[in-house]
Write a protein that binds this ligand. Sequence first.
Ligand code: FAD
Length: 409
Amino acid sequence: MNENARIVIVGAGHAGGTAAALLRQHGHTGPIELIGEEPWVPYQRPPLSKAYLKDQADAEALKLRPDAFYAEQDITLRLGTRAQSIDRDGRRVALQGGGEARYDVLILATGSSNRKLDLPGAKPGDVLELRSLADAERLKRALGPGRTLAIIGGGYIGLEAAASARALGAEATVIELAPRVLARVACPELSAFFEAYHRGRGVEILTGSEVREVGYAKDRLSAVRLGDGRWVECDAVLAGVGAAACAKLARDCALDCDVGVVVDAVGRTSDPAIWAIGDVTFRPMAHYGHRRHRLESVPAAVEQARQTTAAILGLPAPAHEVPWFWSDQYDLKLQIAGIPFEADQRVVRGDIGAAKFAIFHLNAGRIVSVEAVNCPPEFMAGRQLIGQARAVDAAKLADPKVSMRDVAL
Ligand code: FAD
């Protein structure tokens, strides 16, 4: 690629911010423009449900890089600016409120957006959500001693918010439609463990329950009504019911899309001038026969930013990483590596009762995923074994006395 090529990145989040920095780090000298709808420089979202919500980190600590970095690196920031549409023939991005950004290379890094719940009775803005700093600020104001938070959705964000609410002295009720929390993302043993752990810390967990309506007393939100007619009292409601790729820009200009923007292993879309990275993509998973998947995780966003910037600049491709994810709740560190595609065996290592264990998912004798609670060595070794696709001895794997070094066949 021409070293003076004009690179435009839409989405100033984790993936977009990382890509802009890497392009300069790898020596790109042409113009780089980073367009973001939010008013802030790229920041980390994971603390929004954890340290930031608990007031243990401020907004400054969340920034990926200090404000001055972008001017120093000659990266043009257009914040508070939404990209409206893409003219692929003219290689132009139209911006909300007028104006445009011309590109030779366009990187889409628009992330995902929360699924909305349209609850009867709810006044606009009264059902809180959590994706941005502004959302976290609003939620933080609703928490504190004596307050009660009803959380719709027992996924990671819902459970992390419940743990943070408890740390701030608030009461929390998690209302989950599925028969167990984390139903879409974790195995039944892990769901049962997290339910028990939360209940042990005063969180009410209602599974198989649906919120049907929001109720008010004296004009203040005061309760939610469940499918069985029961009212659950609360001062605030948080919806954490999943997210979808922000792929509208891509769909509107007829790029190939599925549940996200379809990309190849290095982020190329169906238009050679347009690349996509992060939550918005539907990408091939190198360690799983290149089967496509959509990941919502920081490590995936960073890995794709590395892969894509190297490919754009014609540099050697970095090795593909085994996907991983983490969640912090109370004193628990959950680390997950891999994806349990077609797992046919589960092996538990360690002591679930002591909150120190790892659950391995195997397919034909090989580890395809590991869910580790307060067990970093098992997580690290598991991740490595997934990457190596080596068969393991399940009996040895189940025995914590056998070192993880000795479980491979
Ligand atoms: P984002 O960081 O979401 O950035 C996308 C940006 O694009 C946004 O700023 C958005 O406003 C902007 N945008 C969208 N459309 C437009 C447009 N048309 N024009 C201009 N700008 C646009 N991951 C983990 O690995 N571990 C965790 O513990 C974890 N915790 C999380 C907790 C919370 C509360 C949330 C919300 C997410 C968490 N995640 C976690 C997920 C992680 O934050 C995301 O996977 C990661 O931010 C993805 O990066 P991204 O750049 O693809 O998207």
